[in-house]
Design a binder for this molecule. Sequence first.
Ligand code: FES
Ligand SMILES: [Fe+2]
Length: 354
Amino acid sequence: MPHMTAFARNQWYVAAHAPEVGRELLGRTVLGEPLVLYRTEDEGTAVALSDRCVHRRFPLSASRLDGDRIVCGYHGFTYDTTGACVSVPGQKRVPRTARVASYPVVELDSLVWVWIGDPALADPAAVPRARHLDSPGWVTVRGMEPVDADYGLLVDNLLDLSHETYLHGGYIGTPEVAETPITTEVDEDAGVVRVSRHMDDAACPPFYARSTGIEGRITRWQDIEYHAPCLYLLHSRVAPVGVLPEADGSDPDAFHTEITYAITPSAEGRVYDFWAVSRDFARDDDEVSTILRDFNHTVVMQDVDALNLLQRALGTERAGYQELSINIDTGGLAARRILARLVEEGDKPVERAP
Ligand code: FES
Ligand SMILES: [Fe+2]
């Protein structure tokens, strides 16, 4: 298929929002690997196993839990939390090879991260942080939408917010977003791309007018921090026009919104769009939660529809099309470069002790 970004396998990816993983079996596909996720009964530890029973490959996510064990819904092969098969029907002896893969899991900041590549390389300290998702002082609404598009198209989409003016007009876009130039910083070694756009005097889009109550024009800052390949943070600061942070860095008269995305390739041409909106204002106002949840869901669906359409269009184009890029694409191009490097490095043979 054309226009498919290769997967960087030796990386952490978000498989679920923490509240999605519980005592119901959850099926998710990450980098083409079908997974079943659940939580243990006593410790509440998140477990990720291969979703294919070793016997006839029935999906374990369509099976049931017996305590912390999964009992296959077809013929009853039973697996413990490590993926080892502990009983089979009709015989005492369990074949030695009866096990399914188990995947390293880290639960951090209310996200469940999985590692699909070489388990020996899985370093929990390498999981990027999104502390606002699980910190006092912040309230979060969240969701996930699957998209039938190459995950690279979602990376492009999120790194260039000028599209807000056109695709999300009337929600989060105003003319000033597309009009205001960006600055881009790239930390190649850390695999982080930062794109900033500071609007001194901009119209307040309904997303912020309705949630903050500001009437009139605003100072609006968008500071993107993309930790390739999966985590995207948009630090958003909105204040009545002219209100700036204090000299000591405190910023009591501004409204801060942290918009988090996790971009998880599901299979070729499919990506999970995990989203969350966290705010430090009107924290006990449920109506504001509802407004932000509904608005962001609408905005995400506008992107989903656009990317589904774009992927279909790209699928019919002639080979060798020369893409045109301009200043707004600087962040997206840097992200593509970093992703290509991560793929290359991940494919290098791993040195092991003999
Ligand atoms: S397919 Fe799972 S027990 Fe037969
Ligand atoms: Fe968008």
